[in-house]
Design a protein around this ligand. Structure first.
Ligand SMILES: Cc1cc2nc3c(=O)[nH]c(=O)nc-3n(C[C@H](O)[C@H](O)[C@H](O)COP(=O)(O)O)c2cc1C
Length: 195
């Protein structure tokens, strides 16, 4: 049967030093791997932010590095700027997901994902989890496992503090990011098909 369902996904992120941007690209790549899906990447700290693409999106994936245990100041600036959209419930019933990158294995990344999910809830959006079993959590596991950091609320990636975005986060986190992007895109197509 021909798949007539389509969806548009926006990956909206801030990245100070490129690590979150690298993961944003992998989330976008995963979403693009799903047929009939258009993907747009938008920087949260762009002075001329593309609000129109956000308004037209079926799903928005929010990404921020974890700075001092929370989203970056630049990402928070975007959150606050979105209050005009909030007042009109402009993103109500769009799908949402979130990802974050930090240097430590934990690094309090969960707090950033909680922030992003509450932000999505304020906008009346529908939050999509990772839908991936935790990896690297038994004697047969390794850091090569998908979802090696064992996150469920959103995507977590870890980048060694002394490595550039060309090598950190490692390939396993990029594989996890691609799966996450594909999951959101598939979910957006299903969501659209039920009207
Ligand atoms: C201001 C600042 C605060 C940071 N706070 C944390 C933190 O709370 N937890 C952590 O694990 N790493 C922390 N880091 C490390 C960054 O999360 C890490 O370098 C990440 O890869 C940066 O992503 P980016 O390259 O997209 O900016 C911090 C870095 C900076 C610059």
């Amino acid at each position: 049967m021909t798949d007539v369902r389509a969806a548009s996904v926006v990956v909206l992120y801030h990245s100070g030093y490129g690590h979150t941007e690298a993961i944003a690209k992998s989330v976008a790549k995963g979403a693009e791997s799903v047929g009939n899906v258009t993907v747009t990447q938008i920087k949260a700290d762009n002075e001329n932010l593309d609000w129109e693409s956000l308004a037209a999106a079926d799903a928005i994936v929010f990404g921020s590095p974890t700075y001092m245990g929370s989203v970056s100041a630049q990402f928070k600036g975007f959150m606050d700027a979105s209050s005009k959209v909030w007042a009109a419930m402009g993103w109500k019933d769009k799908l949402a997901g979130g990802f974050t990158v930090s240097a430590s294995q934990s690094g309090d990344k969960l707090n950033t994902l909680i922030q992003l999910s509450v932000f999505a809830a304020q906008h009346g959006m529908q939050w999509v989890s990772t839908g991936t079993l935790p990896g690297n959590n038994n004697s047969q596991g390794s850091v090569e496992d998908v979802n090696r950091l064992g996150s469920t609320l959103g995507l977590m990636a870890q980048a060694n503090a002394d490595q550039g975005a060309d090598v950190a986060p490692p390939a396993t986190d990029h594989r996890t990011a691609e799966l996450f992007g594909a999951r959101i895109a598939e979910a957006a197509k299903r969501w659209n098909s039920i009207g």
